[in-house]
Design a protein around this ligand. Sequence first.
Ligand code: KDG
Length: 320
Amino acid sequence: MPEFVSIGEVMIQLSSLEPGPLRHSRLLEVRVAGSEANMLVGLTRLGHTSGLMSRVGDDEFGRLVLRVLRGEGVDTSRVSIDPEAPTGIYFVQRHYPVPGKSVVYYYRHGSAASRMGEGDVDEEYIASSRALILTGITPALSGGCYRASEKALEKALRSGVDVIFDTNIRMRLWRSRERAREGVARFLRGPRIVFTNDEDLEILFPGLSVGEAVEKLSSLGAEVVVVKMGSRGAAAYSRGRLYRRGAFAIPGIEDVVGSGDAFNAAFLASILRGDPVEKALEYGNAAGAMNAAVRGDIEALPSWKDLEDFLGSYGAGPAG
Ligand code: KDG
């Protein structure tokens, strides 16, 4: 049974080769991505085992998702094929309108994964894992996906399995800040580690400063709260102490989509092998930067050797 398990949608990513508005893109690259799967692949590159609970369509894209995940060593025995709905897809517009940033356009409504429900949750799979990884994306996909995420969370907590949660608020899925706040709230109680960012904190705790929101979040029970701030680095709040590390200034950004997942995988693997929090932040920032420098979410997820090579060139990075 895998050490890390998750539930979520894996999609086909169609990413524009050229920067700029998608309507002018002539070439799109086909890849496979999805926040939870990105983290699982990141963890396998760092020596762990992982597995996903999901659904794909009975189509060429579903077969591609399965082939890529299997090729990366992710257990797909809990991914089922839905003959009645397609595999979701999304497009990535790069460097426009804000240079250095990407915009995503989803075509996932009614997709196979969005039709998941409580029956897609394998409780034994969760109970025998080391940690369950959840994000705020899956509960936003549909009522069934919300209930499936909730069931997975409850099973993990009852079984003494660690829960790792990334707030990952996607406004295109929740549609209003209120719905996002209410939908994500259920998942903030119980995780041992919560990943978030300053924009999500503003949605979850309106009117509070980042510091106040982090304290509020950790008062709900998380041992470690990590705030990812992109080009401003990352901070972690643990046992009443705040740790900060600045981001690495890389020469060129290709696509920042997926960098947060790369950060999470490296941070987690580092913390779990007993590194101090500052070191885990350093690995997280390094993995995030390495991912942003390359198009695609999973292609540039680093091994330990890759991380050490990067840090060998860049040093530990700014203190933050
Ligand atoms: O974190 C990266 C993800 O946002 C991207 O892969 C697409 O899973 C995705 C989503 O739901 O936004």
